[in-house]
Design a protein around this ligand. Structure first.
Ligand code: HEC
Length: 170
C-alpha cells in the first residue's frame, strides 16, 4: 500500500516535471527559425530573390539579390541587393548592428538612405528582438555570389528588368 502510494507520488512528480521541462522545449524556436518565419511574412524574399517577380524564383539564389529593379522618377533604379553572407556581393562585411540599423532607420553603413521601395519605414516598427532574429536567419544562409545591378541614377539605363513608376500620362 505504502509502496503503491510512493509510486503514485513519483509518477505524478514525473508527469509534472515532464510538463514543465517538455512544454517550453516543444515550442522553443531558435532565433534563426523565428527569423525565417518573419522573413517569409515580411515578404523580403520577393524583392531580394532573383526571378521572383518573373514568376520563377531561383531558390538556389534564395535572398541572393533580385534581377528586377524599381525605377522611381528623379531617384533612379534600385535592385533588392544580396542579403546572404557573401563578403563581396552580400552582407558578409556588415556587422549585425549595421544590418539592424539599416532595417530600422533605412541608413546603410556608408550613410546612404535606402530608396523607399525598401519598406524600412514599416520594419522600423518591429521590435529590435524581431529584427535581430531576422539577422540571425540571414547569417545562417549559404553565401551566394551575386552582385545586383545598379543602383542607377534617374537618367542612366538599367541593365536588367525594371518596375517603373510613371508620371500621369507617361
Ligand atoms: C518591396 C521590395 C522590398 C521588400 C519587401 C524588402 N526589400 Fe530590402 N531592399 C529593397 C530594395 C529595392 C533595396 C535597395 C534600395 C537602395 O539601394 O536604395 C533594399 C535594400 C535592403 C538592404 C540594404 C542592403 C544593401 O546592400 O544596401 C537590406 C539589409 C534589406 N533590404 C533587407 C530586407 C529585409 C530583411 C527585408 C524583409 C524584412 C526586406 N529587405 C524587404 C527592396 C525590398
Amino acid at each position: 500500500m505504502q509502496r503503491c502510494g510512493m509510486r503514485g507520488l513519483v509518477f505524478a512528480g514525473l508527469v509534472l516535471l515532464a510538463g514543465v521541462v517538455l512544454t517550453p522545449d516543444a515550442r522553443a524556436q531558435t532565433a534563426a527559425e523565428r527569423g525565417k518565419y518573419l522573413v517569409m511574412v515580411a515578404g523580403c524574399t520577393d524583392c531580394h530573390t532573383p526571378g521572383h517577380f518573373l514568376g520563377n524564383p531561383d531558390m538556389t539564389k534564395y535572398l541572393g539579390g533580385s534581377n528586377v529593379g524599381f525605377f522611381i522618377p528623379d531617384l533612379g533604379t534600385f535592385y533588392g541587393p544580396n542579403l546572404t553572407p557573401d563578403p563581396e556581393t552580400g552582407l558578409g562585411k556588415w556587422t549585425d548592428d549595421q544590418v539592424i540599423h539599416a532595417l530600422q532607420t533605412g541608413e546603410r553603413p556608408d550613410g546612404r538612405v535606402l530608396a523607399p521601395t525598401m519598406p524600412w519605414r514599416a520594419y522600423a516598427g518591429m521590435k529590435r528582438s524581431d529584427v535581430a532574429d531576422i539577422v540571425a536567419f540571414l547569417r545562417s544562409l549559404t553565401p551566394v555570389r551575386n552582385k545586383v545591378p545598379g543602383p542607377f541614377g534617374p537618367s542612366e539605363k538599367a541593365t536588367s528588368f525594371v518596375f517603373k513608376i510613371l508620371p500621369p500620362g507617361g
